[in-house]
Design a protein around this ligand. Structure first.
Ligand SMILES: [Zn+2]
Length: 283
């Protein structure tokens, strides 16, 4: 099982009420840390990275309004690239969310709200949709962002790029784009093309897992590689958060449970923050 397969499995099991659901982070050292692009919506603050079952230190978090990417060389993609090159990010995930206001604001509303802030229409670009990248479909917006990243020349071709949606109410994840499948398909196409040119040529196509030498040399240049040690699902328990706001959520605590669980709440995998880590980090 690969990292995001484990993440989705744990998320869905937790959503179904499995109190033992979690991600054994130590099993995925080669796939961490994850680089994630999400919206700026503050409702995501308590969800990330808990719904992924990842500890904070394995989660490199980039945000912009609407998790929008407007081109394959945009400033957001440059940050994603540096997150991989400088901070050692191994996999990228664009995580859209339900009820995204960036996708619900019309051009007319944008114009009126800018005017209310003293920015007249004449000061704005002609094509506001193109300029701000506003979208009609949250899902399509994720697919578009993944496509820009996957085809960007500055994103390593062996880095899986996933597309997900998170339910802002329940924290349940949906996997829209499986980055592993995209890599596998690209490798197969490449192999076919090479074989067509020279059928006798022995080709060995390196998956991210098999190219051990390449990975090692890349890691050696990473400025601040993150430690893979962290909590394990075995060490955590699902508890209610300290303060419940509608809709309340179940969380994966990393240490002592806080309260008895309230009934009929949509569960979310989320480590409790601001807890001393010493008690659950494996030796
Ligand atoms: Zn949003």
């Amino acid at each position: 099982m690969r990292l995001f397969e484990a993440i989705l499995d744990a998320n869905h099991r937790a959503a179904a009420g499995d109190k033992s659901a979690g991600v054994h982070v130590v099993d995925f050292a080669d796939a961490l840390p994850v680089v994630a692009l999400t919206c700026i919506d503050p409702r995501l603050n308590p969800l990330m990275p808990g719904v992924l079952g990842l500890p904070d230190e394995q989660f490199i978090w980039l945000r912009n309004a609407g998790n929008i990417i407007t081109s394959s060389m945009s400033s957001t993609i440059r940050s994603l690239a540096l997150a991989c090159v400088v901070k050692g990010g191994k996999e990228i995930a664009v995580i859209g969310h339900t009820d995204c206001r960036a996708g619900q604001t019309t051009v007319l509303q944008l114009t009126e709200r800018f005017a209310a802030l003293g920015v007249n229409r004449s000061k704005l670009p002609d094509n506001l949709v193109e300029f701000f990248g506003v979208f009609a479909s949250e899902r399509q917006n994720v697919l578009k962002a993944v496509d820009f990243i996957r085809h960007s020349l500055i994103i390593g071709p062996k880095i899986p790029v996933h597309g997900l949606m998170v339910d802002i109410q329940s924290g349940r994840l949906e996997w829209l784009v499986n980055g592993y499948q995209m890599l596998d398909a690209a490798a197969a196409q490449f192999a076919e093309a090479i074989h067509a040119q020279n059928p006798t040529m022995q080709t060995a196509f390196a998956s991210p897992e098999s190219d051990a030498d390449g990975k090692k040399s890349a890691d050696a240049r990473i400025g601040e590689p993150e430690s893979a040690t962290g909590w394990s699902a075995k060490d955590v328990r699902i508890v209610e958060p300290h303060t419940l706001e509608p809709p309340p959520k179940l969380r994966l605590a990393q240490e002592t449970p806080v309260h008895a669980p309230a009934p009929k709440r949509p569960p979310v995998v989320s480590p409790v923050r601001n807890r001393p880590r010493q008690g659950y980090i494996r030796p």
